[in-house]
Design a protein. Structure first.
Length: 626
């Protein structure tokens, strides 16, 4: 077994696709990790904005903020249940918006989702490493390097296939949920027993500011809106199940909806519970740039249990789950890219299935873009959060608006008015939230996303125009034309006589009676001309065949490629209507690194012929295997 098979698994036959489908148990870690682990950074994102208010911000405003967020989450849950039922073959925002609102809305959803998935992967990995750095501050200087290492590991695991990915991520998912639920349960119990004033095992760090005086109503309102918009990062994984419905076993819609129910139910408990524990124990966010920085989750667990074995078990589970939460993007991005490529708005390479029945090129693209984002922002979660959630809420809004249009068209659907109301309510709620998030985060970095969305739409439209033009130019409704067929003029560039060029000569003389061997002589030695009669002309005459012509081109400046190109283009001009076949002898080596030692001019000449040539110039490789 090769190392490649060990890392990525053995190739799967197309007939094995059914075996790769998953159930609810595997669906939760694959499509739910992003949503579930957002409980680790969603409250922190909101609490970081409440730092100027000190303890007052957590005690008075944190629970109301997350009350609104949870209400919005429930609305989205019921809305997406309808989407999954209506689109059992994958009802992502792009598909729903394209089919019901037109290509323009579909492209808007596609651009928003692509940005959101890239940021989902980046935020998941960086938040996981932030948890690690909180537990082991000595690793802070290596934060970016650890992020890139974990990203590479996730990409490798995803290349093994959907089913194996689910099994790998199942343990960290359930361990994360279990330890956080234990923290919430014990924290709530101690709070209730103590009358709402529990004593922390390890006291939280003091707030940066105890209270901000003289804060006007409007400034306070603006601050709370920003905290709400940052906390909405906890909702970004809601759409994942509807995008990946095709990964589930039959009945797809039933299994997908059960998975969505489990994910949303656990997420509501985690968000509400952590917000309550933070308020009860007086946990506030720390400055992300502080040398002794700890995440809110780290402070909360230490307050409930101290820094014993359970603390390190919890932080290890948080690290693993947060890092692997990027897997949600890896599960959905390739499927979404395929759906877009089917409509010719992305390169067709995204349609290809890899050796493990995956759309591998989507995984490659997501890994590359995520690595770039992590490098730009140095792997710091709080620098990524302002860019986050905008794409998700734009996609939510378009998807739910598209579903309203869907139910308008489906006049025979049972209870369609109730379904229309649910999706309409979802569209209005997410639309309002989108405006709040965009407004409150615009100067903090959301303007980048606002610029990237139209840029990506423009790129996709360019790709579409290219495919339309290619289809129009290459489409041929006429039958095979057999008139005017004649052998091509064969051109063989040749530096010297050897086995490689001898093979090219044999093939060229088989193709056509007109063979022109072009030799560029830069030092007046005429090495080929000295042996031409003996090695070529004499055997040809003995067999009464058409003699090939040797064309010697003098090169005063020792260049090889330009004289060859000039000759081929001149020959094409002098023979209108005639095909020119350029045969390129090429050495095929055993090891990849040996390519650096051979064939450089051949590759450049091939590229020049393809770029400068036209329909009548044909390039043929003649390989000689070493």
């Amino acid at each position: 077994m090769s190392i490649f098979d060990v890392l990525f698994g053995k190739p799967l036959a197309t007939s094995a696709e059914h075996d790769e489908h998953i159930g609810v148990a595997a669906g939760v870690p694959i499509f739910g990790l992003d949503g579930l682990t957002s409980a680790a950074y969603g409250p922190e994102a909101a609490m970081t904005l409440l730092i100027p208010l000190g303890v007052l911000g957590v005690s008075h405003y944190l629970l109301p903020i997350f009350g609104f967020i949870l209400t919005l989450l429930v609305i989205l849950y019921f809305s997406y249940r309808q989407t999954i039922i209506a689109y059992p073959n994958g009802g992502g925002s792009y598909t729903v918006a394209s089919e019901n609102l037109g290509d323009g809305a579909g492209l808007l959803a596609a651009a928003a989702l692509m940005i959101d998935y890239i940021l989902t992967a980046a935020v998941g990995v960086s938040a996981g490493v932030t948890a690690l750095v909180s537990a082991v501050p000595e690793l802070h200087p290596h934060q970016l390097l650890i992020c890139l290492f974990i990203l590479a590991a996730i990409a490798i695991v995803n290349m093994r296939g959907v089913r194996e990915t689910g099994f790998v991520f199942m343990v960290p998912t359930f361990l994360f949920v279990g330890t956080i639920l234990a923290t919430i349960g014990v924290g709530v119990y101690r709070s209730v027993v103590s009358g709402g004033h529990p004593v922390a095992v390890l006291a939280p760090p003091p707030p940066i500011v105890t209270v901000l005086p003289h804060l006007s109503t409007w400034l306070l309102f603006a601050l709370l809106l920003k905290a709400f918009s940052s906390g909405c990062a906890a909702m970004t994984g809601v759409e994942a199940v509807s995008n990946g419905t095709t990964a589930f076993k039959e009945p797809r819609s039933t299994n997908a909806n059960r998975t969505l129910t489990v994910i949303i139910g656990i997420l509501i408990i985690l968000l509400a519970g952590l917000s309550y524990v933070a308020r009860a124990y007086g946990v506030t966010a720390m400055d992300p740039d502080a040398h002794n920085f700890q995440s809110v989750l780290s402070i909360a667990v230490a307050a409930v249990f101290g820094r014993g074995w359970f603390y390190f078990l919890t932080m290890g589970a948080v690290l693993a789950a947060l890092s692997f939460s990027a897997n949600t993007a890896f599960a959905d991005f390739p499927r979404m890219a395929r759906a877009i490529a089917v409509r010719d708005y992305l390169p067709h390479v995204f349609l290809l299935r890899g050796r493990r029945l995956l759309f591998s090129h989507g995984i490659y693209a997501l890994t590359g873009f995520t690595a770039i984002i992590l490098i730009i922002f140095n792997g710091v979660t709080d620098r990524l959060i302002p860019l986050y959630a905008i794409g998700a809420f734009l996609a939510f809004t378009l998807s739910q608006a598209g579903m309203v249009r869907h139910w308008v068209k489906e006049k025979d659907a049972p209870h369609r008015h109730i379904k229309m109301f649910l999706n309409g309510l979802g569209a209005v709620a997410t639309g309002i939230t989108l405006l709040v998030v965009l407004t409150s985060k615009f100067m903090a970095g959301a303007w980048v996303t606002a610029l990237l969305v139209p840029f990506l739409i423009g790129l996709m439209m360019m790709v579409k125009r290219h495919y339309v033009r290619v289809k129009m130019e290459t489409e041929d409704p006429t039958p095979l034309r057999l008139t005017g067929l004649e052998p091509p003029i064969v051109v063989i560039p040749m530096a010297r006589w050897d086995k490689i060029t001898e093979k090219a000569m044999r093939f060229g003389m088989l193709m056509s009676p007109i063979v022109k061997v072009v030799h560029v002589d830069s030092d007046d030695s005429d090495a080929l001309g000295c042996v031409w009669d003996k090695m070529v002309i004499k055997p040809v005459r003995e067999h009464n065949m058409a003699e090939p012509e040797l064309i010697t081109v003098k090169s005063s400046y020792r260049t090889i490629l330009s004289p060859l190109m000039d000759y081929v283009l001149k020959l094409e001009d002098e023979n209108p209507g005639r095909k020119i076949a350029v045969l390129l002898p090429e050495l095929v080596v055993r090891h990849w690194w040996e390519n650096l030692l051979h064939n450089q001019r051949v590759q450049l000449l091939k590229l020049m012929l393809l770029l400068k040539g036209n329909q009548r110039i044909v390039v043929v490789n003649i390989p000689w295997y070493l």
